[in-house]
Unconditional design. Structure first.
Ligand code: M6R
Length: 345
């Protein structure tokens, strides 16, 4: 039975993002002082700063880590909560930034409890003020995404990013970037407008792809990974994300005539390697699609600070995952075998 896209929560929630990001940035900046203090003290005591999350929230942690390091020079590590819990060495005085929209994910709660036992300091970033995570953490930043009904995270993902980037710009010399960060809602609004028609067109041409490969690096490896998760859960398409330079070390063998390869490409020098790779893949017959600020991009996003681009760059991928699902007659709000909150460990 054909699905009416306008009746689905996922599309409505994608379109709410300019407002939810605006609200999250202003609310986080108002309460960031104590978080800033904890992170700066941890770094000056030469203790570790970890960002942990599961699924989409782990990808938000990767983008958050890149921004914190780039703006403040404070080293930090991003982990999945379950790997952190079982394989990392935790020491008294380390700080754990726990990223979780629900604040009830089982792997996350056990990881945070374990970190607390080892004497780590805990900061949580969550969309649920009354969650267990918020209750047990020493400090909580609550994102302003509002209720998210669709199982695939869209507006809660960008709200988690907005909170993490607000923390990142508040550290070290980052403060000069606050005006740039505050442009995010407008850039997202423009990106939604620019991309919707183009993305619907791409989705119609892709029809029912058997796989999609995604390339990105640094902050936008997180975008590639999050995009691949959206394709898997919302559109039931197998998709895989790679750090673009790593693609040459084996995965490139997978590319056939017409294989869809989506890359996040920015005019920042660091993305030149991705651009060269995409040119090469095009000559071998791949169906190359680029998202970024370059003149020849398939979907062109307005220029923006490199470390803040994960917010606008995920938008076309969310919309593409949505329309691929609708085209296949799948309800993207309720993917099979998944629940909104994964309490099982
Ligand atoms: O509530 P959390 O942010 O802790 O959830 C973590 C994951 O279960 C969640 O991100 C999951 O991957 C979503 N279905 C992604 O859309």
């Amino acid at each position: 039975m054909p699905i009416n896209p306008n009746k689905l929560n996922m599309l409505r929630e994608i379109k709410e993002q300019p407002q939810t990001i605006r609200d999250t940035i202003s609310s986080t900046l108002r309460q960031v002082e104590s978080v800033k203090q904890i992170i700066e003290e941890t770094a000056s005591n030469r203790r570790a700063v970890f960002l942990i999350g599961c699924g989409t929230s782990y990808y938000a942690s990767i983008a958050g880590k890149c921004a914190i390091q780039a703006f403040s020079g404070i080293p930090c590590v991003a982990y999945t909560a379950s790997e952190f819990r079982d394989f990392e060495i935790m020491n008294k005085g380390d700080t754990v930034i726990a990223v979780s929209q629900s604040g009830e994910t089982g792997d996350m709660l056990t990881a945070v409890k374990q970190a607390m036992k080892h004497g780590c300091r805990t900061i949580s970033i969550t969309n649920e003020a009354k969650s267990t995570l918020a209750e047990i953490s020493q400090k909580t930043i609550v994102t302003k995404a509002g209720k998210e009904s669709a199982v695939p995270m869209t507006k809660t993902y960008t709200a988690l990013l907005a909170a993490l980037f607000s923390i990142a710009v508040s550290l070290g010399d980052g403060e000069q970037l606050i005006p740039e960060l505050e442009k995010t809602p407008k850039i997202v609004e423009d990106t939604i407008k620019i991309s919707e028609t183009q993305v619907r067109d791409i989705s119609a041409k892709l029809s029912d792809p058997s796989e999609i490969l995604l390339l990105g690096r640094g902050p936008n490896y997180a975008t590639a990974a999050e995009g691949s998760l959206k394709f898997k859960e919302a559109s039931l398409v197998h998709a895989e994300a790679f750090h673009s330079p790593e693609f040459r070390h084996g995965p490139k063998a997978l590319v056939k005539q017409g294989t869809p390869v989506i890359a996040l490409t920015n005019s920042n020098k660091l993305d030149e390697t991705t651009i060269r790779l995409m040119e090469e893949l095009k000559t071998t017959g791949a169906n190359t699609i680029s998202i970024g600020d370059l003149a020849g991009s398939t979907i062109r996003i307005p220029p923006f600070n490199y470390y803040l681009t994960p917010i606008p760059y995920i938008i076309p991928l969310q919309i593409l995952a949505f329309y691929l699902a609708v085209q296949k007659g799948i309800d993207p709000d309720n993917p099979k075998n998944l629940v909104k909150v994964t309490t099982a460990t």
